[in-house]
Design a protein around this ligand. Structure first.
Ligand code: 9PG
Length: 531
């Protein structure tokens, strides 16, 4: 079966030719690969950084993730109700009686893949494009797909990733210039290359000027960071707009809209509905370029651009471009405006960002917990913050490593303000070593001497990584097995019923608003108590 499979599949497509090195290169807006068997396992690739990416059993399917108000910010909203196994750009299925897989991967944008019984179907949303069809050992076929993507879209430009201290996973939005300056001092000689200010400095999502907690100005803070020998980093969500912003009031016509002219939902966060900029609107494009030039002029040479999926949501655009092409168009002009800055893409549609960013978050947010059963069991949502969700998705995206720096999010060494067990923290640290990207938000003041020493050793380490299986690695001389993080829960009927009710409630804006507000308040109280 193994070696002859590729001859046994029947391909329906406009054009097909052998690909260099084996397999086929196909052209068409729809390709059908008819398999001589029903696959049991399907590799489902999520649309953007946070979206679930994993091997799934082909039956039964998972319930639809909830609440639906968050669909645009967690998955590709166009396919969220699809019950067949499906995913963005690329799919793989098992080959019976072998360890090999068959891969169908798009080489152009706006592509989705489905499994329909024995038929793997690839489809371009707009016009035709190219596909790669490969059979062989999993690591090899994904590596070949990555090489084809690199020659089509390019790779990141930066050789080695930097070690990042990021303010989010300790202080969240409760940052101020005073607090950050204290952290900067406390970091002492811990070998972090970048000091990255996350969410909380801006006036509003859309109004990217410092708020009342940053009265000295962002340029002054950048200069203070430089004075400690570190690169200043800044978080922005440049493609998002919230109703409370000036940007929303003054430039409603820059928003991505639906066919009735209403702004398209990009989700809900910060106790507000989210909307998206139309990256094909010439004035919005110019505003974006000016924004990035402005933050570069303030002195920030490391930019974490977040919630980027907003630019690729379905909607009506100024120039009618297909959505991922429109996003890439916007990203190209942002990249240009950023000059030589390091660009970390987050919440980013994966393939359309290739070649334009230097690093990419390849999984959902971590958190001080392993799993949140309300989200994973009742809401069937595997994109919410938690270490298990982060490990699962990141491990299934390691094939992206030759294309950019793969950021699995921060690791924890602290015991304070942390519900993770020692084994769980360790597994997350090992993931960071496998991904080759090191970041932490631990406040030095929250670490005891042993934890500080362990963090320092982690930042200084340069281990040899060997992959021995899908989830098995050797890191220097330690065997590391990530399989405990992989299984998806069995969702019972009771879970589904509870989830239905929870999802219904969570879709009400006042409920979400109240949840968000009380969450931020209690977070703030806890942090203040610990500082
Ligand atoms: C700042 C944070 C951090 C973090 C980012 C991003 O689906 N969600 O509701 C959702 C909300 C926030 C989020 C991810 C997902 O976090 O990944 O590192 O920068 O924004 O607000």
């Amino acid at each position: 079966m193994k070696s002859r499979l590729i001859e046994k599949v029947k391909i329906s497509v406009e054009k097909s030719r052998p690909a260099a090195g084996g397999g086929f290169r196909l052209t068409g807006s729809e390709v059908m690969v008819n398999l001589p068997y029903t696959p049991r396992q399907y590799y489902s690739h999520g649309w953007q950084s946070w979206s679930l990416t994993t091997w799934v059993d082909t039956s039964p399917s998972l319930p639809t993730m909830q609440p639906s108000i968050l669909h645009p910010m967690q998955t590709d909203p166009l396919y969220v109700h699809e019950t067949r196994p499906n995913g963005s750009w690329v799919a793989a299925v098992n080959i019976p009686e072998s360890n090999d897989v068959l891969l169908l991967g798009a080489l152009d944008l706006d592509a989705h893949v489905f499994l329909d019984g024995k038929t793997l179907r690839g489809s371009y949303e707009s016009g035709k494009g190219e596909w790669l069809l490969l059979c062989g050992p999993e690591e090899k076929v994904f590596a070949r797909y990555a090489r084809h993507l690199a020659s089509r879209f390019g790779r990141g430009r930066v050789k080695d990733p930097q070690r990042v201290w990021c303010s989010w996973y300790s202080l969240y939005t409760h940052i101020s210039e005073n607090r950050l300056e204290r952290v900067l001092e406390d970091l002492g000689d811990l070998p972090f290359d970048v000091f990255q200010i996350d969410d909380g400095w801006q006036q509003a999502i859309g109004d990217w000027e410092p708020n009342r907690k940053f009265t000295s100005g962002m340029d002054t803070l950048a200069a203070r960071i430089v004075a400690t020998g570190r690169t200043p980093g800044l978080w922005l969500a440049p493609l998002l707009v919230v109703p409370s912003s000036r940007l929303y009031r003054e430039h409603r016509n820059w928003l991505l809209s639906d066919d009735k002219g209403r702004p398209v939902s990009a989700g809900f966060n910060w106790a507000e509905p989210l909307y998206a900029l139309d990256t094909t609107h010439p004035e919005a494009l110019k505003w974006l370029a000016d924004l990035l030039k402005k933050v570069r002029n303030w002195g920030y040479d490391y930019l974490k651009l977040d919630f980027l999926y907003a630019g690729a949501l379905p909607g009506i655009r100024y120039n009618g471009m297909p959505r991922e092409a429109a996003y890439r168009h916007g990203l190209e002009s942002m990249r240009k405006a950023m000059g030589e800055a390091y660009f970390l893409a987050c919440g980013a549609p994966v393939v359309p960002s290739l070649g334009l960013c230097d690093g990419m978050r390849i999984g959902p947010d971590v958190a001080e917990v392993w799993d949140n059963p309300r989200d994973s069991r009742q809401l069937a949502n595997f994109t919410t913050p938690g270490v298990q969700n982060a490990i699962r998705t990141c491990l299934h995206r390691l094939w992206l490593k030759p294309l950019l720096h793969t950021d699995p999010d921060v690791v924890y060494f602290r015991t304070k303000m942390n519900a993770l067990g020692i084994v769980e923290k360790r597994l997350l640290q090992e993931l960071a070593l496998v991904c080759g990207f090191k970041a932490s938000s631990d406040l030095p003041a929250w670490l005891n001497d042993d934890e500080t020493a362990a963090l320092k050793a982690f930042l200084e380490s340069d281990p040899k990584i060997k992959r021995n299986g899908r989830y098995a690695f050797r890191i220097d001389d330690r065997p590391v097995d990530f399989s405990p993080a992989i299984p998806l829960p069995d969702i019972t009927l009771t879970d589904r019923l509870r989830g239905g009710l929870l999802g219904f409630l969570a879709n009400r804006r006042p409920v979400l608003w109240a949840l968000f507000r009380s969450g931020v308040r209690s977070q703030g109280r806890k942090i203040s108590k610990e500082l």
